[in-house]
Design a protein around this ligand. Sequence first.
Ligand SMILES: Cc1cc2nc3c(=O)[nH]c(=O)nc-3n(C[C@H](O)[C@H](O)[C@H](O)COP(=O)(O)OP(=O)(O)OC[C@H]3O[C@@H](n4cnc5c(N)ncnc54)[C@H](O)[C@@H]3O)c2cc1C
Ligand code: SF4
Length: 328
Amino acid sequence: MLRLHPYEYHRPTSLDDALALLSKFGQDAMPIAGGTDLVPNMKHGLFTPGHLVGLGAIGEMRGISASSDHIRIGACESLASVANNPKIRTTLPSLAQAAALISGPQLRRVGTIGGNICLDTRCTYYNQTRFWREALGYCLKKDGDACHVVKGGTRCVAAHSADTPPVLSVLDAVLEVMGDGGQREISIKQFFTSDGVWNRAIEPGDLIIAIRIPKPTHGTYVAFQKLRSRNAIDFPLANLAVRVEHDKNGCISNMRIVASAMGAYPREIGKLTETAVGSKLNSHTIDTLAEQVFRQCRPLDNITVDKEWRRAMLPVLLRRALTEIAVA
Ligand SMILES: Cc1cc2nc3c(=O)[nH]c(=O)nc-3n(C[C@H](O)[C@H](O)[C@H](O)COP(=O)(O)OP(=O)(O)OC[C@H]3O[C@@H](n4cnc5c(N)ncnc54)[C@H](O)[C@@H]3O)c2cc1C
Ligand code: SF4
């Protein structure tokens, strides 16, 4: 049986109290929302905070609202409420779809969108019991000094494995963050770093309060695709979000593709302006873009499933996403 270490659980009912607790206990405290990622990680001894600050009773981190130009989602809204919310399903259907494809119904009812954005990176050599990791001499991300994925590597390349960030990224979402330094906003594009040990541009005591997403303009389509072993429960082996904007002649005026579950952060595919802008979304454009995604993406051996197969599936995911947009 995997046991939890002793810790003290705090349940503040206001944002100010939560921030005060996180500040008071510093490095020995962590926020916890649904706990669907943090609790298994604590059972594996990957995090051992002496204090957990529960976010579930904080009203300021709840609610889904719409204004004329954006949707605002409280960070503690569950994945199920994001997936089922009528405003999100109508205005941002790809986000609802990404949330609906995460794990299974029980975990979606408890897991939150804030926790999904802050999901710890995952790796075959890391998401294991302490006993398992000890037998291998641990690794750079936790307790050791070598990486088993990149031999001789000096940087952790564990996989960013969350499903909503690629969609939030092509939707240009902005995160409202609060911490010791007060309130600030971070574009989701700037949120992830290449350091698999801690791939977030916030400190452990900072909180994401809400996510603000601009409403897509007329002629903009977003699609999401996920590769996984089974059509339930499983983390992504690769995922991908695409945004296509059309001009009044039906030609592509702007395009973004963000793929993830390969390295430590979601990857923006480059040079799309040259390939796609000014063209129609036809089979030739789709073929060219599929080839481009294959060339630019190189999944690593950080997940048990074959990296060459995951790479070969990325153009397939892109074709599915673009075909969905082409017939919309
Ligand atoms: C069997 C299983 C399958 C899963 N499948 C998937 C999957 O397919 N796709 C996927 O994306 N995820 C998957 N998950 C992971 C997880 O369930 C979700 O990512 C979920 O959204 C995490 O949210 P949470 O509220 O439970 O996070 P928690 O576990 O509470 O927290 C996760 C991390 O985020 C931090 N945190 C939480 N909220 C905030 C906040 N507001 N501000 C700052 N930091 C915060 C915590 O300190 C912690 O470090 C799976 C988990 C399990 C156990
Ligand atoms: S990528 Fe390397 S350092 Fe990072 S968790 Fe995996 S084995 Fe450890």
